[in-house]
Structures are given as C-alpha cells and as structure tokens.
Design a protein around this ligand. Sequence first.
Ligand code: OAD
Length: 272
Amino acid sequence: TKTSNLGYQVLADRITNGQITRIVVLTGAGISTSAGIPDFRTPGTGLYDKLAPLNLPYPEAIFSISYFTHTPEPFYAIARARHPGNLKPTISHAFLALLAKKNLLHFLFTQNIDGLEEDAGVPVDKLLWTHGNWKSQHCHKCHAEYPDDLMKNAIRAGEVPYCLKTECGAAVKPDVVFFGQSLPAEFEDRQKMAAEADLMLVMGTSLKVAPCSQLPRLVKEGVPRILINMEGAGDMGNRGQDLCILGTCDNGVRELADALGWRDELETLWKD
Ligand code: OAD
C-alpha cells in the first residue's frame, strides 16, 4: 500500500537528480526481524507477548530500571535470545549502508541494540544508538566496569552477573537504555538533525516509545517522509507529503531500490 500526493517515482527521482541530499533515518526492531530477532510489540510473535512465564507486573518491566534493580533475573532469562550473536544484517541494513555510500545519509537514529547497522557498513559517525548497545556493561548501581568474558558467560548461562566490588555486589547491566534511564547525551544535540532533513525515512518501528517517536515530527513541514513498516505508525501518513509503504522493510527497500535504479548495487552490497 502506498499513499502520498507525491508519486513514488517522483521521490526517487528527486534523490537521483540531486534535489534530495540529506536523508535522516529512524529505525526500530522491524528492520531486524528477518535477521532472526523478534520485535517487541507485534501480537503473537513480539517479545512482550511471550513473557507470561516470567510473571512480570507488565511486559516493559523487563527493561525497566526500577524493576531490574530488585529483580534482574527476568532480563537475564531472555538476554541470550535477544543477543544471539553472529547475525547477518538484512537487506534493509544494507540499504542504509548504500545511502551512506552515496553520501545521502545525513544521520541514522536506531533504536536497535543489535549493532547490525555498523556490521552492514553504516559509518559510526553517521549513526546514534539511541537506546545504547551491548558492547559494554557496568554495574547498574556503582557503575563499575565488568569484564566482557564474564558478561558473555552470564548471558550464555542466563544467570545474573553481579558487580565484582564486594562492597557493592549489585546486578551488572549491559549499556543499553532501560525505561527510566536517560538516552545518550548526544541525542539532545543530534535530534536537531531531523529538522535539517530533506527526506525522512522511518523503518520498522511502531513509534510507541518517546523520545525517538517524536523525531518524525521534528521534520520541517513540506519535507517528505517515508514510512516502511508492516503497519501504520505514529503520525506518519498525516502530512500531505508522506508516503507509507506498508509491508516488510526488506520488500520496501527493494522496491525503493528499483525506483532508484540501485537494485543490483544493493543486492551486491548485501551479499558481500
Ligand atoms: P516495536 O516492536 O514496538 O515495533 C516494531 C514495528 O515493526 C511494528 O510496527 C511492526 O509491525 C513492524 N515490523 C515488524 N517486523 C517487520 C518487518 N519485517 N518489516 C516491516 N515492519 C516490521 O519495536 P520498536 O518500535 O523498535 O526499547 O520499539 C521501540 C522500543 O521499545 C525498543 O527500542 C525497546 C522497546 O521496549 C527499550 O526497551 C528501551
């Protein structure tokens, strides 16, 4: 399904003829589902529908800092499944790398913590992990560092790692942003880049979690916004220049690549 008073091809042509040069992208869990990581909120398959055995007060508690501080076990019960390792980026990730290669990626905000954007070749200075990432971990109380190898063991075993400082002993947490924690300090400054966009692309997110959910609203009126997602999200589609491509992200980027004349290049980049 596509809706816009701007034709699909018109937008693609504006990119290829150089009228559009500053594309700001916001991604969420939906760009990584085809890599093997279920999203959060899709009924039936999303993580939040699978947590009943853990007896949480509400599903998001599993990523809530106030809950984690007294009950860290549920997070570690699912950590391994959320962080399987050795995943291959999807063609949607490759599309983002292609935008960067063509100097069209102004900035990428990702809510994902899987690191697949970087693996696909998006330069790290062009992206912000708005919800942190799994590359490091600290004690959630005293913020002492914790060794990578011990963390790996804990995740593999599904056991809670505890701070090595004997006077502390609180649970260690990967440096991902939990509900109740601040986003990386960089976010404040970087979010201004949404207003600099001459095209915004929103992919694979339900736009249910602030403040990232607000980024598409920061795009200037009159600037086109594209949503590629299984379902509608936020206010995408409400502006006259919006284009909603409903379906999988991978199909959506392939269609876009066709319209741009980049299809072969995209497939090649993805396979390499
Ligand atoms: P959600 O699970 O809320 O939304 C994922 C969106 O992607 C949904 O709208 C799906 O319909 C769509 N989707 C799923 N698979 C897709 C596919 N293959 N192609 C296209 N669309 C697809 O995930 P996020 O919006 O990323 O934060 O969630 C935002 C934040 O909430 C997460 O970063 C996480 C979570 O709680 C924290 O835990 C702090």
